[in-house]
Design a protein. Structure first.
Length: 279
């Protein structure tokens, strides 16, 4: 009995210390289908404010396809967040103002309780399709990189959106875009914990998924998997959250699931992940 009692005494400080230095992180990734109403086929100026009114419990929100609200307009609807919206475009004025005003169409919303250390955006150097059905060359797709500090812990965030379409050209383009993201992460985030979220346009159920699998293995990431049963998406699983720890910070996934409160407000499901960050 004495041995067990001593074991508990030594265990309690460890449990208390782990709790003290753990940071809970609730995040969402969501392709909000924020296109011009003529292209979107509905009224995104009604739908998107409805989305934003339902996501106030999240610490970090990764948005894709925000091509209609500039940073000031988006920020005014997300008062408790610091908002970063892409602006770089491969097109020049005035074309970029007409079809590409928000560059890659990405926005990252970070709770104002967190410190922003640095922010960058990157445009992919390739695309597939100009006048085809999936004419992604009319968009300036890429990724955002934000470095934040949460209770002393540094975390690198990547928000991205890959080329759409199912042709061989589209698949080759996505592979190149994944390689560009990988190269940037290796050059800039080697020593930091990382979370990647976004619409990769790669079907989880397809043979193409093997390139994500290779990326995960080669770069020591973990897939935050979610069940598509509740998503009711016509596309299948295209939206991903990947994460990896660092020597300083351990990232542990508590849950990853579809946020059903947002179902029907976009053509993609909203994916929630809850993490614990521990020393």
């Amino acid at each position: 009995m004495e041995i067990k009692l001593k074991s508990k005494r030594f265990l309690l400080p460890y449990i208390f210390t782990s709790f003290l230095f753990a940071q809970n992180l609730n995040l969402l990734t969501y392709n909000i289908h924020g296109l011009n109403p003529i292209i979107a086929g509905d009224d995104p100026y009604y739908r998107i404010p409805t989305i934003l009114s339902k996501i106030t419990e999240y610490d970090i929100i990764f948005f894709q396809e925000n091509w209609i609200y500039d940073n000031n307009s988006f920020s005014s609807m997300l008062e408790n967040y610091n908002v970063f919206t892409t602006s770089d475009s491969k097109f020049f004025w005035p074309i970029n103002k007409v079809i590409n005003s928000n560059g890659a169409g990405l926005s990252l919303a970070i709770s104002k309780s967190m410190d922003i250390i640095d922010s960058n955006e990157y445009l992919f150097d390739n695309c597939s399709g100009w006048l085809s059905k999936d004419n992604d060359c009319l968009a300036s797709k890429g990724f955002q990189h934000l470095r934040i500090r949460i209770n002393g812990k540094i975390l690198d965030l990547y928000n991205t959106h890959f080329d759409a379409g199912r042709s061989e050209s589209d698949k080759n383009t996505r592979l190149s875009q994944l390689n560009q993201l990988q190269k940037y992460i290796k050059a800039n985030s080697t020593n930091y914990p990382v979370i990647i979220a976004g619409d990769l346009n790669i079907l989880y159920e397809s043979s193409e998924y093997k390139i994500i699998d290779s990326f995960i293995i080669d770069n020591q990431f973990v897939l935050a998997d979610w069940s598509s049963v509740l998503s009711k998406s016509k596309f299948g699983k295209l939206d991903y959250i990947l994460y990896k720890s660092s020597n300083e910070t351990d990232i542990k996934l508590e849950k990853c699931k579809v946020d059903t409160n947002l179902r029907g407000l976009s053509d993609h499901p909203a994916i929630q992940a809850v993490f614990n960050l521990e020393n």
